[in-house]
Design a protein around this ligand. Structure first.
Ligand SMILES: *Cc1c(COP(=O)(O)O)cnc(C)c1O
Length: 482
């Protein structure tokens, strides 16, 4: 940042321009050698060039600069700031206080300790990714998770690709290329802007056959649409919207029976696909892979980093001969995941073997089931610090709010939570601008804080701020600049 607050008289710009030191002079300063020792010579040379270029611009503009702007300490301070900024990674940690637990833009699921340890170990040492330790021969990378997936979902076989979009694409391409796939008009979903069922279908080389209407599709609609060219009946979980009122859809069980009667398979894209019964945890109902497979569905696809709480991945699970075909598709090679994903996924799946403890160990389920009283306690603890920082600029108070599950779960299925609501002290039209400023100030903290604007307040939903990060959060508030 440049300092524009100082009030030196403006000397003639040309004299100032002439006073700007050369790159060499700055590099030879005593303070610079310390920075070179810390950051390396090349980064310091680049930072020096950029600092001097900025100074030239400021002088040319006639900015009021402090009289000591070219002194060694002042130059070193600018250099240090430039180096720190350049050294900051692009992918950084943030505080997700948006209230959306599985926030796609903020990286979805957080991994449990055991998964992190498994990833580190797989990254730093050779591993048996595709090596059968019993036979001493080449192995299949899916073996590291396939057994667990089968045990947890009741599938006969399973395979893993880069994400659920890839899972749907690969399954469609394998089973339905140059053939027809039947889908209800009520399920032609778009997820997050870029995943659209009709588009994926076209790219997979399948001809989409739409049946029924937006609100009602019956079993007989599917039955009448099946021809010799039909490869698959597909059902898509309408994750992020609900059709309510005068509605009808065919059950998975009935569709699977129909498909089998006509000699074709039936697949369900579950989207999130929780491995536990969410209602048992007091959460909204979400279909599970085991329920679908149990009623006769041949294949299910679901995400690794939504409710499952693992790494980004797409899982296809179901009948053995269909999975075998999918694994043989050359596109599987293009969509496969690396050892880090298998390491994390295996560790996460193992946690599901102990369902009693899963809500404590798995961050996603822990955050979703976090008791309201605990969220409230965190909010109360932080309130005074936030109030102190914003004293004369905004009203700061605790407010009940609603968190969302996120990542394709229904926006209407919310979870009661508590937020720190920050209401700017301005009248009338300035509110929007003031809110944007507050939002920006929190976003500019060393660990950016991402909240949401709702009902003329900037809200920090505390569901996702767990006890172990409260200190870090409060500690950096001193640096809030409004
Ligand atoms: C989220 C979702 C997808 C896409 O899954 P990604 O893992 O994000 O690729 C596909 N279908 C449905 C129904 C979804 O909810």
């Amino acid at each position: 940042m440049t300092s524009k607050t100082a009030t030196a008289p403006h000397p003639p710009s040309s004299a100032m321009l002439a006073a700007i030191p050369s790159v060499d002079r700055v590099l030879n300063l005593g303070a610079t050698s310390t920075l070179i020792a810390q950051y390396g010579r090349m980064p310091v040379v680049m930072a020096t060039r950029s600092v001097l270029a900025t100074l030239r611009e400021e002088v040319a503009r006639g900015d009021a600069l402090p009289p000591d702007v070219f002194s060694e300490p002042a130059l070193a301070a600018r250099l240090q700031a430039a180096l720190e900024k350049a050294a900051q990674p692009s992918l950084r940690n943030v505080f997700n206080l948006t209230g959306t637990v599985l926030h796609t833009n903020l990286g979805r699921a957080l991994l449990p300790e055991s998964a992190v340890a498994a990833v580190v170990s797989a990254m730093t040492q050779p591993c048996n990714l595709e090596y059968d330790l019993d036979g001493g021969s080449r192995g299949d990378r899916d073996t590291h998770v396939e057994k667990l997936l089968c045990e947890l979902t009741g599938a006969e076989a399973a395979t893993v690709v880069n994400n659920n979009a890839a899972a749907v694409f690969l399954a469609l391409n394998t089973l339905g290329m140059r053939k027809e796939v039947i889908v209800s008009r009520g399920e032609l979903v778009e997820i997050g802007g870029s995943f659209r069922v009709p588009d994926i279908m076209a790219r997979a080389g399948c001809r989409l056959v739409e049946v029924g209407t937006t609100n009602r599709t019956h079993l007989k609609d599917y039955a009448e649409a099946i021809t010799a060219k039909t490869a698959l009946l597909l059902k898509v979980h309408t994750s992020n919207y609900a059709i309510q009122g005068f509605t009808a859809s065919a059950s998975e069980q009935a569709l699977a029976a129909l498909a089998h009667e006509r000699g074709i398979p039936m697949m369900v894209d579950l989207g999130s696909g929780s491995l536990v019964d969410m209602t048992q945890l007091g959460l909204p109902k979400e279909p599970t892979p085991q329920e679908s497979l149990n009623v006769g569905v041949d294949l299910v696809t679901f995400s690794g980093d939504k409710l499952l709480g693992g790494p980004q991945a797409g899982i296809v699970a179901g009948r053995k001969e269909l999975i075998a075909k999918i694994k043989k598709n050359p596109l599987k090679r293009a969509l496969r995941v690396d050892k880090m994903t298998y390491a994390a996924l295996e560790a996460v799946l193992r946690l599901y073997r102990d369902p009693e403890r899963i809500t404590q160990i798995l961050p996603t389920l822990r955050l979703l089931t976090r008791p309201l009283a605990e969220i409230e306690r965190t909010a109360k603890k932080l309130l005074p610090a936030v109030q102190r920082m914003l004293a004369d600029k905004a009203g700061v108070a605790l407010k009940p709010c609603h968190s969302q599950i996120g990542s394709g779960s229904l926006p209407i299925d919310t979870l009661p939570s508590v937020c720190i609501a920050i209401t700017p002290i301005v009248k009338g039209k300035g509110v929007g601008t003031a809110l944007k400023k507050i939002e920006q100030a929190f976003r500019s903290l060393p660990v950016p804080v991402i909240g949401r604007i709702a009902e003329s307040a900037f809200c920090l939903d505390l569901r996702c701020l767990e006890e172990d990060r409260v200190g870090e959060f409060a500690g950096q508030l001193e640096q809030l600049r409004l």
